[in-house]
Design a protein around this ligand. Structure first.
Ligand code: KG4
Ligand code: ZN
Length: 333
């Protein structure tokens, strides 16, 4: 009988320190320490992030092992986020993983953070059938990824400038909301009319995206509205949030649906932090339902950055004996 794969996974690409333990691809624990230090700055401050990772990594790994009921010496491999991300943050997680790999004499597995967002779909059941087309929408990326099998990922569309998460966060900043603004816009949008205000989006070549025009459009719209009525934001906040959310959701979904139609794909999904958005979750379900397709949405805990998704990606690499050299360098992009 093949031996078990008990794997520790570490994610530290941005501002969350996370550790997970998986046994043969099943998640036994998935712990996350968020960093509050950035809130006051309206965005992630790289130096503060790496310092906080150093403080959090040992306790978080400890909690993940304890919850899983696994001892260090039972581990068969350690997976970590190799990139993309903030260099100082990646160095904390990757150095920790490599140190563990050397001291325990087990392989280390460097994982691509964006691949891991897509692979989050392979944690729970039912798992997508191939070909599978996944829209990855996070704070740093917006891309359409085509998977023909579990070892191939092809990017068929991407943003030329900002990411969808940045569009949410930058709008939130204009509205005077704290960072990260995406979840707050989602919450406020529940009470608003999504069709009250209209914003233009840019039609790009192929399946690409661009958010810079939308961002400028929202900025000018708000400047004019506040000039005309200083209480505009106080009175209209839920409607503005609902309208912006509606615009972003429709925009990101349009290319996914068009590409799936063009390629004859019936298994579609969303991944990344913005896939936690309630409007996007409802819209993809509805659109897939209309066409008789299957829509896959990861559990909330696997949408934003987490180590379980690094673990499941690491597990498939483990099965292929796709290990990393101890000199594997973290990469920022
Ligand atoms: O994947 P993620 O955790 O980190 C990156 O790899 O970037 O994504 C973070 C992004 C942030 O921009 C955050 O505002 C956004 O995901 N986000 C949301 C929601 N929850 C998180 N955006 C809209 N609605 C949400 N509910
Ligand atoms: Zn991410």
């Amino acid at each position: 009988m093949a031996t078990d794969c008990i794997l520790l996974a570490i994610e530290s690409s941005c501002d969350d320190t996370s550790a997970a333990v998986l046994k043969n691809g099943e998640v036994l624990s998935n712990k996350i320490a968020n960093q509050q230090v950035h809130e006051a700055f309206g965005g992630v401050v790289p130096e503060l992030a790496s310092r906080a990772h150093q403080q959090h990594i040992l306790p978080v790994v400890d909690q993940a092992l304890k919850q899983a009921g696994i001892r260090m010496d039972e581990l068969n491999a350690v997976a970590y986020t190799q990139g993309p991300g903030l260099m100082g943050s990646l160095l904390v997680g990757s150095s920790f993983a490599k140190g563990l790999s050397l001291s325990l004499g087990i392989p280390s597995i460097g994982v691509h953070h964006m691949d891991a967002h897509v692979m989050a779909h392979f944690i729970d059941n039912p798992k997508p059938q191939f070909p599978f087309l996944c829209l990855v929408v996070s704070g740093g990326h917006t891309q359409l990824v085509l998977m023909r099998d579990e070892n191939s990922m092809e990017i068929i569309g991407k943003t030329r400038d900002d990411a969808a998460g940045e569009a949410f966060d930058k709008t939130a900043k204009l509205l005077g909301l704290p960072y990260p603004g995406g979840p707050l816009i989602d919450k406020l949008a529940q009470e608003g009319d999504p069709l009250k205000y209209r914003f233009n989006t840019s039609k790009m070549e192929g399946y690409d995206y661009s958010f810079s025009g939308l961002k400028t459009g929202i900025l000018y719209f708000l400047q004019d509205a506040v000039k005309a009525n200083p209480d505009f934001l106080k009175e209209e906040m839920p409607h503005v949030c609902a309208s912006v959310q509606h615009t972003i959701v429709n925009y990101v979904l349009a290319n996914l649906l068009r590409a799936a139609e063009d390629l004859g794909i019936q298994d579609i999904g969303i991944a990344g932090g913005v896939s936690a958005n309630s409007g996007l979750r409802k819209a993809i379900e509805a659109e897939a339902g209309k066409r008789g397709w299957r829509a896959y949405i990861p559990d909330f805990s696997y949408c934003t950055d987490n180590a379980a998704m690094i673990g499941i990606t690491g597990y498939y690499k483990f099965l292929n004996q796709d290990f990393s050299s101890i000199d594997a360098k973290p990469f920022a992009r």
